[in-house]
Design a protein around this ligand. Structure first.
Ligand SMILES: [Zn+2]
Length: 219
């Protein structure tokens, strides 16, 4: 089975994907990681990739789709973090994806969390020093801190944690806008073609959410 996680930027998709993968022993495939690996091996793609980083624009969806397609076509038991991101990509990958986890979270929450986020520059694991408890439109958020065991060092790599350079409110708002325009329509499309969609509010600690989601997946 291949599971895709779709949700707004900086909503904690990666953390959730890893939490689920630990429990059901699935491999997490992160699109940005695949692209980085590809750029190391393929000189033509490296130019496209570096150009996209420089300009702040995303790698064209046709190229991403092909790379992800080739990566997953012969694999099973995967969780996709970061794909599909556009309707184009959703169409290319539709025969592989069995379940979509659709993460919902208010924009205010994402922005508040982002301001307290530190990431490992090596493995990408993210941490947060904010205890967030708040109610918005009837959704009760209870998101505890995620701190490393040793102060400011990644649990996995023992590397010093950093703030992501693109973690600014302005960039994040732009990314959320892109998400709403290009990624969100995938949910409707996949619903129409009969994919199983698990909708979940990101309002509880990641361990609790992972349990809930796994129950739904294997129901
Ligand atoms: Zn790390």
């Amino acid at each position: 089975m291949i599971i895709a996680i779709i949700g707004p930027p900086s909503s904690g998709k990666g953390t959730l994907a890893r939490e689920i993968s630990k429990r059901i022993n699935y491999k997490v495939i992160t699109t940005s990681e695949i692209l980085k690996e590809k750029a190391k091996k393929d000189e033509n793609f490296r130019k496209v990739f570096e150009e996209s980083i420089k300009s702040g624009k995303l790698v064209p969806t046709e190229i991403v789709s092909e790379i992800v397609y080739n990566e997953i076509k012969n694999q099973k038991n995967l969780i996709l973090d970061g794909s599909p991101r556009t309707l184009y990509e959703a169409n290319i990958l539709k025969d592989f994806i069995d379940v979509v986890i659709f993460i919902k979270v208010h924009k205010e929450i994402i922005i508040e969390k982002m301001q307290h986020r530190l990431v490992c520059p090596n493995c990408g694991k993210s941490y947060n020093d904010l205890d967030l408890e708040k109610e918005i439109d009837g959704i009760k958020y209870k998101l505890p801190k995620i701190l490393p065991k040793e102060d400011l060092l990644c649990d996995n790599c023992k590397v010093k944690l950093v703030k992501r350079v693109d973690d600014t409110i302005e960039t994040l708002e732009k990314r959320i806008e892109e998400y709403e325009k290009h990624t969100l329509p995938i949910i409707q499309y996949y619903k129409c073609i009969g994919k199983k969609i698990i909708e979940i509010w990101l309002n509880l600690p990641v361990e609790e959410l992972a349990d809930k989601i796994i129950n739904e997946i294997f129901k």
